[in-house]
Ligand binder design. Structure first.
Ligand code: ADP
Ligand code: MG
Length: 311
């Protein structure tokens, strides 16, 4: 049976505007096509920070300037939009790259919802900034609407939302079916659309699920062999940025947990990746995570570089 891998593409694989995205995505798809050519079954996840920021800003401007015509667009809808247009670029770039190599796999994007727990303690402590900077007046409007805003080091106010733990992927059955039919699936963009279950009704919630945590859950639910987190560094380091910085070739989940407790990995960047790697390693036997650069993915899968996290 061929090995199954779930890839989490970082921000540098997408660029921060539409023309950049076209170029960045082409580069990313060369690396991904290499893996498919090597015989791996591939599921692709990706971030959406700048993209969802742009969409939220655009939709807010519409609501502000044309209140008679438009209401505010919820964050969950903006995440869905971002999954759609990033997936559109990725699936076409990958399709073209595969066709150029004589490969016929279909590539499709699944709009992905991810179940979160309404009682997740993260909802008591919103920490993830979204959208643009706000004036004092706009911040007051947000507060009145029940949203949380924080002052961002003299640059103005920002709305912050919770980052709850992903519990279950709603579309997992569709993802698995496509994968088993030999198709490449793009899923969980931006960490997925966080939803809360009310009986049969799924309600989008203004929260952001970490994309690396979402990819780890996807990998566990698909019984993948590898979680591959492609980011802006070739390896994970301890004492990062210090004189005694040390790049790691590998770590066990126990070692990773010790480093996490020491605060070795920056919150909001490397910390969630290492946490995702630990969660995946402990979700079943033989499951390993590779953290490396996009350009090094192939070398990393062959054990020549990157940081490998195992149980
Ligand atoms: P992505 O968009 O791929 O999620 P992030 O910026 O969120 O990227 O996280 C990757 C960044 O984490 C790296 O570019 C690096 O600057 C930073 N980082 C923080 N701590 C460490 C560490 N201990 N080892 C390596 N990189 C680290
Ligand atoms: Mg990140």
């Amino acid at each position: 049976m061929s090995k199954r891998i779930v890839i989490a593409l970082g921000g540098n694989a997408l660029g921060s505007n539409l023309p950049e995205q076209m170029i960045a995505v082409k580069r990313a798809c060369t690396a991904i096509a290499d893996m498919i050519e090597q015989g791996y079954e591939v599921v692709l996840g990706h971030g959406n920070g700048p993209q969802v920021g742009m969409l939220k800003l655009a939709m807010d401007e519409l609501a502000i300037h044309h209140p008679e015509q438009y209401t505010v667009t919820p964050l969950s809808v903006c995440v869905a939009m971002s999954q759609g247009y990033i997936g559109y670029d990725l699936q076409n770039a990958l399709r073209e790259e595969l066709r150029d190599r004589g490969l016929k796999n279909s590539v499709s994007t699944i709009i992905t919802q991810i179940l979160v727990d309404a009682n997740d303690p993260a909802f008591d402590n919103p920490s993830k900034p979204i959208g643009r900077f706000l004036t004092n007046k706009e911040a007051a409007v947000e507060l009145e609407a029940g949203h949380t805003v924080v002052e961002d080091t003299g640059r103005g106010w920002r709305r912050v939302v919770a980052s709850p733990k992903p519990q279950r992927i709603i579309e997992i059955g569709a993802i698995r079916a496509l994968l088993e039919a030999g198709q490449v699936v793009i899923t969980g963009g931006g960490g997925g659309i966080p939803v809360i279950e009310h009986g049969n009704h799924l309600r989008g919630t203004a929260a952001v699920v970490d994309k690396d945590a979402a990819a780890a859950l996807t990998a566990a639910e698909l019984d993948a062999d590898f979680l591959v987190i492609l980011t802006a560094v070739e390896k994970v380091a301890i004492n990062y940025g210090k004189l005694d910085q040390k790049w790691l070739d590998s770590m066990t989940a126990d070692e990773a947990r010790k480093y996490l407790a020491e605060g070795q990995f920056a919150p909001g960047s490397m910390q969630p990746k290492v946490e995702a790697a630990v969660a995946f390693a402990e979700s079943g036997p033989g499951r390993r995570t590779l953290i490396t650069l996009l350009e090094k993915a192939r070398d990393g899968l062959e054990g020549r570089t990157g940081t490998i996290i195992t149980a």
